[in-house]
Design a protein around this ligand. Structure first.
Ligand code: SF4
Ligand code: SF4
Length: 485
């Protein structure tokens, strides 16, 4: 029987005293180091008992299974197999292995909380607490992904789509963060890097007739990249090498920001707050040093609730400067189509030398919730053909169609979750049903925020300009990219 989500479910195995002991928490002065958040108690190890729930490695960096909570309803399998088209689909892996793209959609749809994100909440909390108690020298940096601002309020009974970014900044300072940065800055960084890659891709395609007529695929979504690795490895050479905006942001915090502030990189603890369980996986790739902890929007909400922080009642705060603020283009990254729209704004200026007109800034052909969308964009004398895909079923449909070359697409944005990051596997689960109506409200929250920003294009972000002038110098810095796939 399907069970409605409630905090009681999360706290099922809770010792009430442990919860109470933390209630004062960081806000009013920590009392107890390394105390356990109630929902962090280890569950019984998973044992195979028939195909009633999704299977993934017990070492998964992104999700975990809590056997005692499982009602064997099979909802997670349905989501993984039928919506995400992962479970049960053959691919580039031994038949004995169970594929997982770390999307977390099973966690968003398991109302018994038997499959959840791999929690970083407890160690993150302990890190801040023990540093404070020991008088340590560590400084804590919070990175806020674009979609968190329009979804977190749902956990505090606010209307979906309400932008809580300023209150959230205050809340994070109460949790003990020394610096609070907006990942819209990391998104702006991604726009410049990905646009440069796109232009190089198109140039190569035009100059070398042997180059396959395939588009450049985005790489902001690590679940999509993993999906391609597992099921469509042949497209990998055409997938951008850009790290996700969060990892790019973390990388420059640990280098440029550390240098500017005269803080040893090992003394900077970077925690990212994101709608995405797959960022927990992406964090482990490469050097694994860009970001130290990745918490979902849900984990952030639980942390604040547990410490008695009432988000709606908080005063408004401001993001820290230097790497802290992004453009409107960076804000819409959280929506399907947002990356494309942001990149197009940038390319428009680069090719024409003009700031795009308002109807270009509100480029409706790339907006919406159709799983597969196409648009032709005239910029100067050229036409750019873009494709928008959200949900891995739609990506599978496109890649299995055999029509990729025929479509003559130049740029394809893929997001593994329906709606893009606003529908991510780590977004809040409340009484509000997960539906396109909810996704639309969240998307509207980001589009409205974009309209209020005085800076709408990534290239106009003065903090970004300073970063390139003083540190990165030009696009393509290896700090921001993975090795060619
Ligand atoms: S993990 Fe959750 S969704 Fe999957 S079978 Fe168990 S209770 Fe159902
Ligand atoms: S995280 Fe995504 S791919 Fe992995 S088991 Fe859950 S639904 Fe399937």
């Amino acid at each position: 029987m399907k069970k409605r989500f409630s905090r009681r479910n999360i706290l099922k195995a809770a010792s009430v005293s442990a919860v109470s002991a933390l209630s004062a928490g960081i806000v009013s002065g920590p009392k107890q180091a390394n105390a356990q958040f109630s929902w962090m108690k280890p569950s019984a190890p998973a044992k195979p008992h028939g195909p009633s729930h999704v299977r993934f490695s017990p070492d998964s960096p992104s999700i975990q299974y809590h056997r005692a909570n499982c009602e064997r309803c099979g909802d997670c399998i349905s989501v993984c197999r039928d919506i995400q088209t992962v479970y049960g689909h053959p691919g580039n892996f031994p038949a004995s292995e169970t594929p997982c793209i770390h999307c977390g959609q099973c966690t968003a749809n398991c109302w018994a909380n038997a499959v959840t994100e791999r929690f970083h909440l407890q160690p993150a909390y302990n890190e801040i607490l023990s540093n404070r108690q020991s008088g340590g020298s560590k400084k804590f940096v919070a990175l806020i992904a674009p979609s968190v601002r329009v979804t977190l309020g749902e956990m505090f009974k606010m209307e979906p789509g309400t932008n809580v970014e300023k209150k959230l900044v205050s809340g994070l300072r109460k949790l003990g963060f020394d610096y609070v940065f907006d990942v819209t800055f990391g998104a702006d960084l991604t726009v410049l890097e990905e646009a440069a890659e796109l232009e190089a891709h198109l140039k190569k395609r035009a100059e070398d007739p042997k180059t396959p007529n395939v588009p450049l695929f985005t790489s902001c979504c690590p679940s999509w990249v993993r999906f391609a690795e597992l099921f469509f490895p042949e497209v990998l050479p055409a997938v951008s090498t850009c790290k996700s905006p969060i990892m790019m942001h973390g990388a420059v915090v640990k280098t440029w920001f550390a240098k500017q502030m005269n803080i040893a990189p090992e003394d900077l603890v970077v925690m990212a707050f994101t709608p995405c369980t797959a960022k927990k996986y992406e964090r482990t790739l490469g050097s694994g040093k860009d970001v130290d902890f990745v918490l979902t929007t849900r984990e952030l909400g639980w942390w604040m609730q547990e410490l008695g922080i009432d988000l709606p009642a908080l005063e408004e705060g401001e993001f820290d400067s230097m790497l802290g603020n992004g453009s409107g283009a960076g804000v819409i990254f959280g929506n399907t189509g947002g990356v494309t729209e942001a990149v197009l704004r940038h390319i428009y200026f680069e090719r024409t030398g003009k700031v795009p007109e308002m109807d270009f800034l509100l480029f409706t052909p790339v907006r919406g919730l159709d799983g597969l969308r196409r648009a032709e964009v005239r910029i100067g004398g050229d036409v750019l053909r873009v494709g928008l895909v959200h949900g891995t079923a739609a990506a599978r449909k496109l890649l299995e169609s055999g029509k990729l070359e025929e479509l003559k697409l130049d740029f394809v944005e893929v997001m593994a979750c329906r709606g893009g990051c606003i529908g991510g596997g780590g977004t809040p689960k409340t009484e509000i049903p997960i539906s396109d109506a909810l996704r639309t409200k969240r998307m509207s929250g980001l589009y409205s925020t974009d309209k209020t920003r005085t800076i709408r294009m990534s290239r106009e972000n003065p903090e970004l300009q300073k970063l390139y002038a003083d540190f990165l110098k030009e696009t393509g810095n290896e700090l921001l990219h993975t090795a060619k796939r």
